[in-house]
Design a protein around this ligand. Structure first.
Ligand code: HEM
Ligand SMILES: [Fe+2]
Ligand SMILES: [Fe+2]
Length: 472
């Protein structure tokens, strides 16, 4: 950590977060068991609660709802509150999140000051604290080090992680040197409480008071309740966006895409995309998807206030989508019966094949693979006679058009009847088929009974005879 950052740490205002560890107690803290590491009981639950955070996100909003009962809502105050809601929301989504946490674009100083100011008005901690946690969330998604892991429960990821104390030593570490070098970030962090009180409460109260003579309404609706709605909306990025919707790009972790989440969070709802391409200034890539944060950033760009908007190439985005589709397809494939994998079949000589066919087993060779059609003869859609005529013979050409060009379904059905590989059979055909059925096949038994290892069409290794390998 740079010296400038430790200066920030020392001067920082305790913004009610796990960010701040009083320096005088650092030594003692090292040996002390953190409250979050002890089980919660009836006698100690209040020690688990982060009362400052709880005041900001639970008690004050509650007080707002109660006082709203006595304070009439004027139309002009309501309109102002909605507009201010969007501004403070953008402070979080376009500022805290896309600009500072992910550097997905660069902003001119006036825009930065605006975003830092309205972001403070959303009352969600300082930029520095918020972005540090958010970077840890991306780096350690769904793990113990994810500060708001949805694996600990939906409510935990929404609110619980702030309501209950967290052990700062357990939070994942991330690089925030760039933030410590940003004077706007540092100033806002050091003056956080002043910023919150001014932007969160004083500004809406004074604005509504002076403009519409509605001081109380400005305080209750433009201040407290608007804060509550912005908080709840943006908290949904941590909860709902990891719980509701589809995973078109990757399903290893919890992030999901959903229109409803996007609607609530000013466009942050395309969260599966966002975790794959976090430094893209967009969360929604289609024009018809709802992402007002993206629109705002784009508008600022046209006004010359924002620049260097980062965007992943469509080619990279499509690759992710195709791979996820492929993964789903492979999972589906794996549930189906494709017959005994070719590489596991015994190698049978032509003479043995003919001899066994004469001994009452209905064996038919197609493309170097021997099939037992005994139970299928009576069901053959082309009739008993035709299929019987191929017993003990190589039916490759008659099966593939000589008499009748069988469908893909017939090829699939044929695979389920396979019992052996013909020594001296058409090895390349068999290999192609093996790869068609299972792209993970890396070796096959060749016609002479050797195990041929391949990567694509290249032979990489020939190993011991199959007979001895199978015996082992
Ligand atoms: C070796 C195992 C065989 C299997 C598993 C098999 C499977 C099938 C299947 C599933 C069909 C339904 C239509 C289609 O999917 O194309 C079919 C139709 C047919 N098969 Fe085979 N077949 C076999 C061997 C043969 C042989 C050796 C001949 C000819 C010598 C033959 C001649 C036909 C003909 C002519 C039809 C068309 C029937 C019609 O649509 O009227 N099949 N077979
Ligand atoms: Fe996330
Ligand atoms: Fe993010």
């Amino acid at each position: 950590m740079s010296s400038s950052s430790s200066a920030v740490e020392a001067k920082a205002f305790p913004d009610g977060t796990t960010d701040y560890v009083p320096l005088r107690n650092k030594k003692a803290d090292l040996n002390k068991v953190h409250i979050s590491d002890t089980p919660m009981t009836w006698s100690n639950w209040y020690k688990h609660v982060n009362w400052l955070n709880t005041t900001f996100i639970v008690f004050i909003p509650l007080a707002g709802f109660i006082s709203a009962y006595w304070v009439p809502l004027q139309l002009s105050t309501a309109i102002f509150s909605v507009i201010y809601y969007f501004n403070t929301g953008l402070g979080i989504t376009a500022g805290y999140h896309r600009l500072w946490s992910h550097t997905s674009y660069r902003a001119s100083t006036p825009l930065k000051i605006y975003l830092a100011a309205v972001g403070a008005g959303a009352v969600e901690g300082s930029i520095r604290w918020w972005s540090r946690g958010h970077r840890a969330h991306h780096r350690y998604t769904d793990t113990e080090k994810d500060p708001y892991s949805v694996r600990k429960g939906l409510l935990y990821s929404h609110l619980g992680w702030m309501v209950f104390k967290q052990n700062p030593k357990r939070a994942g570490r991330t690089d925030i040197t760039d933030l410590n070098e940003d004077p706007v970030v540092v100033w806002q962090h050091q003056n956080y409480l002043k910023c919150v009180i001014f932007m969160g409460l004083v500004f809406p109260t004074v604005f509504c008071g002076l403009m519409f003579q509605d001081w109380l309404g400005g305080f209750v609706y433009g201040g407290i309740l608007r804060i509550c709605f912005v908080q709840q909306a943006t908290f949904c990025v941590n909860s709902l966006a990891h719980w509701l919707g589809d995973q078109p790009f990757d399903d290893r972790n919890s992030p999901r895409d959903h229109f409803i989440t996007a609607l609530v969070t000013l466009g942050e709802g395309y969260h599966n995309f966002h975790h794959e391409f976090p430094s893209d200034y967009r969360n929604a890539i289609e024009w018809w998807q709802y992402d007002p944060t993206k629109w705002a950033i784009y508008a600022w760009k046209t006004l010359g206030l924002a620049y260097d908007l980062k965007q992943f190439r469509a080619n990279e985005i499509e690759k992710g989508r195709v791979q996820q589709l492929q993964k789903k397809l492979d999972q589906k494939r794996a549930t189906l019966d494709w017959g005994t994998p070719l590489e596991q079949l015994p190698v049978i000589s032509w003479d043995d094949f003919v001899a066994e066919s004469k001994n009452g087993k209905a064996l038919v060779a197609v493309a170097g693979v021997i099939h037992d059609v005994t139970d299928f003869i009576k069901d053959h859609p082309g009739g008993k006679a035709l299929i019987s005529s191929a017993i003990g013979k190589d039916a490759t050409s008659i099966f593939n058009g000589g008499v009748y060009n069988h469908s893909n379904a017939a090829h699939n059905l044929l695979s389920t009847m396979r019992v052996g590989v013909l020594r001296g059979g058409c090895e390349v055909e068999i290999w192609k088929r093996a790869q068609f059925e299972n792209k993970d096949v890396t070796y096959m038994n060749d016609s002479a009974g050797k195990r041929i290892h391949r990567a694509g069409s290249q032979v990489t290794k020939v190993s011991q005879p199959v007979a001895s390998a199978d015996a082992a």
